[in-house]
Write a protein that binds this ligand. Sequence first.
Ligand code: ADP
Ligand code: MG
Length: 356
Amino acid sequence: MSHPILSIKNAIKSYGDVRALNQVNLDVAEGEFLTLLGPSGSGKTTLLSAIAGFIRLDTGSLTLRSEDITRHPPEHRNFGMVFQGYALFPTMTVRENVGFPLKIRKHSANDIKKRVNESLEMVQMGAFADRMPSQLSGGQQQRIALARAMSFNPQVLLLDEPLSALDKKLRADLQWELKALHQQLGVTFIYVTHDQDEALSMSDRIVILKDGGIQQEGDPNTLYNSPRNTFVADFLGKSNFIDLTVNGQTGNTLHCAAKDVSFDITSETPASAGSGIKVALRPERLRIGAPDQEFLPATVKQVSYLGERCQVIVTHPTLGEMLVSRPTWKTDITPVAGLAVSIGWEPDAPVILSPE
Ligand code: ADP
Ligand code: MG
């Protein structure tokens, strides 16, 4: 990255025996929508709090443009923030809440009025300026929190799971709005979530955290299609995992065997004969057909109907259970528990994983 707006170098933070951040190195590009994604306890809030200046790193540094801000207090970093536990002030009106960051920055009354109105328009809450927070729904409160975070035109916006308390439909609407706002403003967003779908749908780039360390980073498409290891393949979407032995190679085709099953895999990287590898297979890359139509015999164990897709668990006599996801408009066979079927996939479907 040529000129990152923010650079985190060798960040370490421990709480007793817990390494909340374990040697994190991360550059954030100007204007990007960057998402920190990981399970609960993976260090997302700790990393965001360190960027915000709420906690001090044990070691490591933070650079904003070319300025070292490692020891700057939060109020000197000038980031906009929407944090859990950083709720609206309950005794202030919406207008006062949104104007608060401007007031402490000593803007004039006229300027505050103008910017508050602009910020409220941006989140379509202009009509609610004189309400108290308690008179707003959860989604409306989050909109106001966003307006407050943006009222002073920060160069970076930090958001810690801002939508996690909302119901699914409202969350989806606000995801679109946030994404549109990001495009409209061109401000750098650093967004924390534990929700894979949210990360995939909103981000320019995703950083996957586990136990305080970065597992992989990349754009949504790369991460989904080329997960580096089991953790990423399993956390971002669903995967089937198969342990294989490589028997030989012809060009970029690996001839592999899993137990008594032989098949080919397309691979750019060579693998020596006799070596063991692990692959991930996305459920939507598996085909399911009538017996003998595909190369592996299987039996349907369970079917789950999800509207546009249905998920089918099948069992193979030696490979065990595999998850298949197929569009519900496919009606060549109707999977029901106990049905004899066959499954197959293209040689480029399996993704070879690095050992962890
Ligand atoms: P996430 O936001 O990904 O759920 P956190 O950054 O909150 O994770 O926490 C990372 C780890 O650090 C967890 O194991 C958590 O229990 C621990 N931790 C976070 N804050 C504190 C704290 N103030 N005191 C002790 N342990 C903490
Ligand atoms: Mg958290």
